[in-house]
Design a binder for this molecule. Structure first.
Ligand code: PMP
Length: 441
């Protein structure tokens, strides 16, 4: 991966050290394989160190007071913004700190609700929805990119529509384009599905939206893309995007909202309070320009500083190398699973583009039993609906089992996932050795 071997790279992560959670076991047993990086990723020592170093050496408020310490802390905080901005092809003023991606998406949806209620003045009217307007999502969305839009629709009388997925859990650009009209005001999609690993044709979506729905905003859930693929949000032309620090080798408690500067300057801040204003009277408040108008209250400075370190770490490997490594692991699993009877691969078939995660349904065995069996074998995966119930409903299943990779994931760990999956059905006494693998192509 990049210039380094995965084994060498794993030495950067304390969790893989001898005797640590996912390192060599003192009893000589097989180490536990952590295959749940799509939920949350392990962190390199330099990220943990950066947070600790900030807390030990530089802890002071930001943007408040006149001390030299505040100046240093503020510089670290704003430099981190510049680092993250560069990483995703954004301007510094286009990066807003949020708690996580869910929070970032809520900032947009709630800001639009405020605009719809008349808050934010004339410049916010472009965000105001009314009855007859439409919000478009897909059936594959994570609940974080669905429920905020449900609430916005309920608050404004707008109608929420969803692009249908096919039997693999994938939606097409044609199906999405067919739903677009002059009435469409928001198109909210994930760049990479956290269940199927499908890569959305985002540039095509943006082009179709601009042509057919000139008043629509394109909101990108970049949670499973920014941590794993090269990103250039500015060039992609989306209006807003959201991602989380904890999925990109950074800390918990920090997420990012990207927005085009002119939009962020006009979107009403849904959460208000200190740090967001220029002038306040008892009856009124005027807000700072973006990004600070959205960052109410005391800021998550140590998380921000450590997130910038995670970005530098990813850049030191190179995102193209990260993407190629993870894709090859997922492809390896997809190919091998085609040989495993009774295991159905969700999402793109082998040979098609996919991100570094693979979800399966095992015939006759509930995903929770599959997860328990894998856990007993020392393979940590995610089981359940992965916060995507409508997608599972569309597939006619209640739950799936997902293995997901990051920079430190090895082919051996992925092979253990496949081999253990191959034993699940006989362990639970499900017959059908003669059944062909039901890979949905
Ligand atoms: N969208 C997608 C596609 C995700 O995978 C996740 C995390 N599972 C989220 C949104 C929400 O991220 P967070 O919980 O960090 O806000």
């Amino acid at each position: 991966i990049g210039q380094r071997t995965v084994t060498d790279l794993r030495s950067d992560f304390p969790a893989f050290a001898d005797g640590a959670a996912y390192g060599a076991r003192p009893d000589g047993g097989t180490p536990v394989a952590y295959l749940d990086s799509a939920a949350t990723a392990q962190r390199p020592a330099r990220v943990l160190d950066a947070e600790r170093d900030y807390l030990e050496q530089h802890l002071a408020p930001v943007h408040r007071g006149a001390s030299a310490a505040v100046g240093v802390s503020t510089t670290l905080f704003e430099d981190a913004r510049a680092t993250v901005a560069r990483f995703v092809g954004a301007g510094e003023r286009e990066i807003v700190w949020a708690e996580n991606a869910t929070d970032a998406l809520n900032i947009v949806a709630l800001g639009m609700a405020d605009a719809s209620a008349g808050l934010g003045g004339p410049e916010a009217s472009r965000f105001a929805l009314e009855s007859g307007d439409e919000i478009l999502v897909t059936e594959a969305e994570h609940h974080a990119n669905l429920i905020p839009w449900q609430r916005l629709a309920a608050r404004t009388g707008a109608r929420l529509r969803a692009v249908r997925v096919d039997e693999r859990g994938i939606w097409s650009i044609d199906a999405l384009t067919a739903e677009l009209s002059e009435r469409t005001r928001v198109v909210a999609i994930a760049e990479v599905s956290n269940v199927t690993g499908h890569l959305a044709p985002v540039a095509e979506v943006v082009a179709a939206v601009r042509e057919r729905s000139p008043r629509a905003l394109v909101v990108l859930d970049a949670c499973q893309s920014v941590p794993h693929l090269p990103s250039d949000l500015g060039a992609l032309g989306v209006d807003f995007a959201a991602f989380s620090g904890h999925k990109m080798l950074g800390p918990n408690g920090i997420g990012v909202l990207y927005g085009r500067a002119e939009l962020l300057d006009a979107l009403p801040p849904a959460r208000t309070g200190g740090s967001t204003i220029t002038r306040v009277t008892i009856d009124s408040a005027e807000f700072l320009p973006a990004p600070h108008r959205f960052e109410a209250g005391t800021q998550p400075v140590s998380q921000v500083v450590a997130l910038a370190e995670a970005v530098r770490y990813l850049e030191s490997i190179g995102m193209a190398a990260v993407a190629a490594h993870e894709r090859s692991l997922a492809e390896r699993v997809a190919v091998q699973l085609a040989e495993v009877p009774g295991v159905r691969l969700i999402g793109p078939p082998p040979g098609s583009p996919r991100a570094g995660l693979v979800s399966v349904a095992v015939d006759g065995v509930h995903a929770h039993d599959v997860g328990q069996f894998l856990d007993d074998a020392g393979v940590i995966v995610r089981v359940g609906h992965h916060c995507a119930q409508p997608l599972h409903r569309a597939l006619g299943i209640t739950a799936t089992t997902r293995a997901s990779a990051h920079v430190y994931t090895t082919a051996d760990e992925m092979d253990r996932f496949v081999a253990t999956l191959g034993e699940v059905r006989s362990f639970f006494g499900v017959s059908g050795a003669d059944e062909a693998a039901a890979v949905i192509a």
